[in-house]
Design a binder for this molecule. Sequence first.
Ligand SMILES: [Zn+2]
Length: 92
Amino acid sequence: MHKTCPVCGLYYEIEVGFFWGAMYISYGFSVGVVFLVGILLYYLANDPPVWVYVVTVSAIVLLTTTFLFRYARILMLYFFAGVQYDSKYNKL
Ligand SMILES: [Zn+2]
């Protein structure tokens, strides 16, 4: 992760250890993925053996880790750092 935004120069870590809180958000995401995948397996795969749950859930959580990690930090910035989207920086 950059220390500052490459577009607008915003310094992300507003205080030491600011992103520790993002771990709790990331944990919530992971729990959500576990429940979602578990429910989908139960209904779509007709309640497979336990090892199928463990392997599938573990693989999907590992594959989505970087994605969830980044979104947890983004939510942390939006909720607790007062960062807001500003369309004047949108270059698309
Ligand atoms: Zn920016």
